[in-house]
Design a protein around this ligand. Structure first.
Ligand code: G16
Length: 565
């Protein structure tokens, strides 16, 4: 019998277990850009309430499997985080973020019971339904204890049985893949074999359809070997396993693979280091040769940055914007070669305010381009409006989505020549190679290698699609990042009052100047981005804006930008 009411035994179970996970007074939690994320030692009570939310979400969605990923991705090792994955492998529906936040901020076990009751009533959740949840974590040392707190939350979930499975240590994209596979198993939308091994097999099979073994004509431009900086994180094991599946096709060489050493995760390496420092991870310096390319993953392998050394040995970065430009153009070409018109399938690109102005200009001349707020959840939903939606954040987070209609068109299309047929088969193989659930560094890496091999291009040719405008990204630690509110896809500030006018007056002084300020949703900082025609001016603008931000609200003196003040 359906029920929206917590029984007395439900209530006492919640209270008993919640007593083991009390919230420190004065702490406020917020489901941010990618879930809850903060210093790991503050997360125990949040993990507990997230367990309850995951079970309730499953009940609400007819017992579909919900995923929970314990990771702080690109953040330092001492941070951790948790996010929920919806049944199709995408991010938690945004309307639920508020409920997750409310439960996490309950000031006592009794208040938590009250919040659960409110949520169950408002959302008409049938508690009698069973719940199904799977979870995984990255390699952070804080992970196992946080998983225990999560399990207590799953045990505390009210109503019918909650079944949960520990999927172990996995990359974020593999957990997303598993959620979708398990929920579609036996349906027309079956996504793949619901195991970690099934994931590698799916990617490798598609890659092998697209690129012939090394030594054959089609593979002549794939690199002999590709150095993959694994950020000393969970991407290490995934890269090693994937490499085995790809033997004879491409040789992946994992670098920064110390997953058991304390303090090295994302330190001096990884996608975020490359993007923010705009230089090679020091460990890559002795390894990378002029004219050679390599890539960096982040701590949970959902971001990818490419780079190469030019013939003079100068570092050149190929970020998420460059990946979007490469990939969007490739789909256009393949469709044309397969005899599929733009009217049948439209290709669109989604970016954020961080996209380099030159990339937006380049892409806008070729395809529709949309700008949305930071966070894969925003990009993913916007990309779903296109037949083939390419979304990438400049930081290397992104993927390509194919609509149900696009998959139908590809299945039904009648090629009229062997050449058309070959392009059509390649398009279909790409729908298998590309992770449809979330940005996935490993899947994106194989995609990039396929495109470059087809075009016969290396890093330099790819880089020459357009020239990045000089830019600078700065973090400012302030007393209260909540004081910063934005509009227009985070390109303008609405608070603190008057600050945007001051910024406008400053930006006007710089040739090609553009800058914006937004509070991070994953770190306790405010981010400042600036670009200008000349590098020195982009740097100066970024630091002047950072100085204004700091002066507006005050903050940690150590993080007051010193340059150009
Ligand atoms: C997460 C999100 C990304 C976002 C990044 C930074 O990445 O998934 O979409 O770009 O945080 O967000 P913010 O600027 O708000 O801190 P990851 O790789 O850390 O999960």
């Amino acid at each position: 019998m359906s029920s929206n009411v917590l029984s007395e035994s439900d209530k006492s179970k919640v209270v008993d277990l919640a007593n083991r996970h009390t919230k420190p007074s004065g702490t406020t939690y917020q489901y941010g850009t990618a879930g809850f994320r903060m210093k790991a030692d503050q997360l125990d009570p949040v993990m507990f309430t997230v367990g309850i939310v995951a079970a309730l979400r499953s009940k609400k969605l007819d017992s579909k499997i919900i995923g929970v990923m314990v990771t702080a991705s690109h953040n330092p090792e001492e941070d951790n985080g948790v996010k929920l994955v919806d049944p199709r492998g995408d991010m938690l529906e945004q309307a639920w973020e508020g409920y997750a936040t409310a439960l996490a901020n309950s000031s006592s076990p009794e208040e938590l019971v009250h919040q659960i009751h409110q949520m169950v009533t408002a959302l008409q959740i049938d508690l009698s339904k069973p719940a199904n949840v799977i979870y995984a974590r990255d390699t952070r040392p804080s992970g196992p204890a946080l998983v225990s707190a999560l399990v207590d939350g799953l045990k505390a979930a009210p109503g019918g049985t909650t079944t949960y499975t520990d999927e172990g240590v996995l990359t974020t994209p593999i957990l997303h893949y598993l959620v979708r596979c398990k929920n579609t198993l036996g349906t027309e939308e079956e996504y793949g074999v619901p195991t970690e091994e099934g994931y590698y097999e799916k990617l490798a099979t598609a890659f092998k359809k697209l690129l012939k073994p090394r030594g054959s004509i089609d593979s002549q431009n794939a690199p002999e070997e590709l150095l993959v900086d694994c950020a000393n994180g969970v991407g290490t094991t995934a890269t090693e396993k994937l490499a085995k599946h790809l033997e004879g096709y491409i040789k992946l060489i994992p670098v920064n693979t110390s997953i058991d050493k304390l303090g090295v995760l994302n330190k001096g390496c990884g996608a975020d280091y490359v993007k923010t420092q705009q230089k090679l991870p020091p460990s890559m310096v002795p390894l990378l040769q002029p004219n050679q390319r390599a890539c960096s993953l982040d701590g949970d392998a959902d971001r990818l940055m490419y780079y190469y050394l030019d013939r003079n040995g100068k570092f050149k970065m190929l970020d998420g914007d460059k990946i979007a430009a490469l990939v969007a153009g490739f789909f256009g070409e393949l469709m044309e070669h397969a005899g599929i018109s733009k009217e049948e399938l439209d290709v669109g690109v989604v970016q954020t305010a961080y996209a380099n102005g030159a990339s937006t200009h380049y892409l806008s001349q070729r395809v529709p381009v949309q700008c949305v707020p930071t966070g894969v959840k925003h990009l993913h939903h916007a990309a779903e409006h296109y037949s083939i939606g390419v979304y990438f954040e400049a930081n290397g987070h992104g993927t390509v989505l194919f609509s149900a209609n696009a998959l139908n068109v590809l299945r039904r299309h009648q090629a009229t020549s062997p050449a058309q047929q070959a392009s059509l088969e390649n398009l279909i193989a790409l729908t298998e190679l590309i992770n449809q659930t979330v940005g996935d560094a490993l899947s994106d890496m194989l995609l990039v290698e396929v495109v470059l091999a087809y075009r016969g291009h290396g890093g330099a040719e790819w880089d020459s699609l357009y020239t990045d405008l000089p830019n600078r990204l700065v973090k400012v630690s302030v007393k209260d990042r909540g004081a910063f509110k934005t509009e227009d896809a985070e390109r303008r500030l609405t608070a603190p009052q008057g600050l945007q006018d001051k910024l406008d007056a400053l930006i006007k002084k710089y040739e090609g100047g553009r800058a914006f300020v937004r509070p991070s949703g994953t770190e306790d900082v405010v981010r400042v981005y600036a670009e200008a025609t000349h590098k020195v001016e982009a740097d100066e603008l970024a630091f002047k804006v950072a100085g204004m931000v700091y002066d507006e609200v005050g903050g940690d003196p150590a993080s007051r930008p010193k340059e150009f003040m």
